[in-house]
Design a protein around this ligand. Structure first.
Ligand SMILES: Cc1cc2nc3c(=O)[nH]c(=O)nc-3n(C[C@H](O)[C@H](O)[C@H](O)COP(=O)(O)O)c2cc1C
Length: 352
């Protein structure tokens, strides 16, 4: 079973930080579906946390159900990162993760994110400072890419250096900064990082990450790279139950029955309710409008009109009405209204 320093995880499956998507509401629905061992906040600015800016505090929102949770910090100043880590520890973080993968200019031009891959001594210094600040109680982990340039695989020698500085887990996204999110994940690159860490620090978990969208991909990632666990990002946005499925596959060899449309709608409704509760209607409306297309990816049958109805909704009542209409249409289809369901639009059928 996967252990990160002193923290025992219930499974070896992790929800990736996806800035703007993996908020407390989304982490909650993933946890409710089961199988999730560790979730993480979006990347957080330690300065923002220390100053108490509203954006940073919103992003760091957590609660007792949201455990264990990693809070991910970015930056290159050891003292500020250490202060940010103390703040995160005191505000609910089970684990402090240091971002060494973000390719965005705004982060890299201040030497944060994946720029740390280019300044290894600074990267190790940040880890050492954060470990010194919180390491006894709160394990420190690093999430990194393979390197900055495609032809310079830095992570395979930097990862052991970070562990030597005190990191208790390494997550490796199998792409370089140059690649951003293009192309396929480099499985061999991940395998080399796993091997490099394990050859010196057998007890340190290494997590593979990239392009895992089905439970079978989790098993393949582990078999092909030797990693201890798998982190899933985009694959969870359309299937927050992927952790349950991947855990079932690992432990029983069977993937559970996939949720039907009414169950997916119930998860979507719950997500909307939680966002309203945690962040208010304005935020919930913004998110549900852009997230609806992720949820409908797994729907079978026509869903264009439903998606549009949610996208143009101007208030929460309109979102609920769209969901109810779509659910009624599903019920009508099951009850035998096959002609409408198969050839026409389900929301239109329900409204008619
Ligand atoms: C929109 C977007 C935002 C992301 N934000 C973060 C972030 O805040 N911190 C981080 O470490 N990685 C971030 N990532 C990278 C993901 O955590 C993950 O490494 C990457 O998407 C590959 O995994 P996947 O194929 O399972 O999505 C982001 C990725 C995307 C697409």
């Amino acid at each position: 079973m996967l252990k990160v320093g002193s923290v025992q995880l219930a499974t070896n499956l992790l929800l990736a930080p996806i800035a703007g998507y993996c908020d407390l509401a989304f982490r909650t629905i993933c946890r409710e579906q089961g199988g999730l061992g560790l979730a993480c906040t979006d990347l957080l600015s330690p300065q923002g946390l220390l100053r108490g800016t509203a954006t940073s505090l919103d992003l760091a929102q957590t609660n007792d159900f949201d455990r264990p949770v990693g809070m991910q910090l970015y930056g290159a100043d050891p003292a500020i990162m250490a202060d940010g880590a103390r703040w995160a520890r005191d505000h609910g973080a089970t684990i402090i993760d240091i971002n060494m993968g973000c390719p965005v200019d705004k982060v890299c031009k201040k030497d944060g994110g994946s720029k740390l891959l280019c300044i290894p001594d600074t990267a190790a210094g940040v880890v050492a400072a954060v470990v010194a600040a919180v390491g006894d109680t709160t394990p420190v982990t690093c999430k990194m890419r393979l390197g900055w340039y495609d032809d310079q695989p830095v992570a395979e020698w930097l990862a052991p250096k970070l562990v030597a500085a005190g990191a208790r887990m390494v997550t490796i996204h199998g792409r370089t900064t140059q690649q951003k999110f293009q192309g396929q994940v480099n499985i061999e690159g991940i395998r080399r990082v796993v091997e490099a860490v394990k050859s010196r620090f057998a007890e340190i978990p290494v997590i593979g990450n990239g392009d895992v969208t089905e439970p079978e991909h989790v098993v393949a990632m582990m078999e092909r790279t030797g990693c201890d666990g798998v982190m899933i990002g985009r694959g969870a946005l359309s299937a927050p139950w992927i952790f349950r499925d991947a855990w079932a596959l690992q432990t029983t060899g069977i993937v559970p029955r996939q949720p039907e449309r009414p169950e997916i709608l119930a998860i979507m409704r719950r997500y909307f309710d939680l966002m309203r509760e945690y962040r208010g209607d304005h935020y919930a409306m913004f998110q549900i409008r852009r997230r609806v297309s992720w949820f409908v990816k797994r729907f079978r049958g026509p869903c264009k009109a439903f998606r549009e109805e949610v996208r143009v909704a101007t208030d929460a009542a309109a979102v609920y009405a769209a969901m109810e209409g779509y659910e009624r249409a599903e019920f009508a289809a099951v009850a035998g209204d096959r002609g409408e369901a198969e050839t026409g639009d389900l929301v239109g059928a329900a409204a008619g």
